[in-house]
Design a protein around this ligand. Structure first.
Ligand SMILES: Nc1nc(=O)c2c([nH]1)NC[C@@H]1CN(c3ccc(C(=O)N[C@@H](CCC(=O)O)C(=O)O)cc3)C=[N+]21
Length: 287
């Protein structure tokens, strides 16, 4: 039986701390505010938006949703993003991705001011993450992984951390964050030779490959800590979702494991708020 690394305990502790911070900032006449840019109404985006609003409300932060039609043209949307970026009330910006196909996403991402880029959409933020510049925000999901490891006192210094997955939004940045904590980091992926053996060699395995239940018993060993980043439709339970780890198969073997749902995903909106508050503090000379 593995210890279940629940996201809720982490989220609750962070929210308590953030509430206090927001109260202190409000006492100076400033209210931290998140701007959410959404094009169209994809169910994924709406679900995450609902969670973000709830988290903002629970800690006393403000937010504003900037919604645009799914068929908006490039020039009009560029102007919209520039104007949200220039809005002095907005401290942090979450722009849902991927954008509809008619839009040049690479160009639009980089219109977000780096100091408001709380989900690492820009090249400028990526550069800061890569160069260990703490004024650059990593994407929320990798930060959530690190916050969970920290909350549960999982040692990283000198340990073997294996990242399964190499995406821009999770795999690559989480590897950088693990290096900052002095882990020995391996990034592997679906084309890695002997992939199960590489994963089974880890002390801490971050599963971020985006394939339902791909991590089976032969990918793990006793004593391991498993962080499951996956949010996949569950092939066995239509309408439900599951992680990249086959929880039923893996949980009896390893030491600690995050569930899906209720693990990493349940911490991401709190990270979004945390990073927006940090952005607010930096923009107002409070740190
Ligand atoms: N720029 C950008 N960044 C994103 O992070 C982003 C995005 N665009 N586009 C849409 C997707 C979707 N997404 C989800 C996050 C968490 C859950 C989730 O399920 N979270 C909780 C459950 C819900 C809750 O308790 O709040 C969990 O896993 O336990 C689902 C979906 C992020 N996205």
């Amino acid at each position: 039986m593995a210890e279940r690394l629940a996201g809720k305990a982490v989220a609750d502790a962070m929210k308590a701390e953030l509430s206090q911070k927001v109260t202190a900032i409000k006492a100076k006449g400033i209210t931290p505010k998140l701007g959410i840019i959404r094009v169209g109404a994809r169910p994924d985006d709406l679900f995450y938006e609902g969670g973000a609003k709830k988290t903002c409300d629970s800690i006393g932060m403000a937010y504003q949703v900037f919604e645009y039609p799914a068929d908006i043209e490039q020039a009009a949307f560029e102007q919209a993003v520039i104007s949200v970026g220039a809005n002095k009330e907005i401290n942090g910006i979450l722009m849902f991705a991927p954008l509809p196909k008619q839009l040049d996403e690479k160009k639009i991402r980089n219109l977000i001011p780096v100091e408001k880029d709380v989900d690492c959409m820009t090249i400028g933020s990526a550069a800061k993450v890569y160069t260990d510049d703490p004024t650059g925000f990593p994407p929320c999901t990798p930060t959530a992984c690190m916050d969970i490891l920290k909350f549960y006192n999982i040692p990283l210094k000198g340990k073997k951390a294996v990242v399964l997955g190499r995406s821009q939004v999770v795999g690559k940045p989480v590897a950088m964050l693990l290096l900052r904590e002095h882990a020995t980091v391996t990034i592997c992926h679906s084309r890695t030779d002997d992939l199960p053996a590489v994963c089974a060699d880890a002390d801490v395995l971050i599963a971020a490959v985006g394939r339902a239940k791909m991590v089976k018993a032969n990918f793990v060993k006793p004593g391991q800590v498993i962080i499951d980043v996956g949010i996949n439709e569950d092939p066995a339970n239509p309408g439900k979702y599951c992680g990249d780890v086959d929880y039923a198969e893996v949980e009896p073997i390893v030491a600690k494991i995050t569930p899906v749902p209720g693990g990493v995903g349940s911490v991401t909106t709190v990270v979004l708020c945390k990073q927006t508050i940090q952005a607010c503090e930096m923009q107002n000379g409070l740190v």
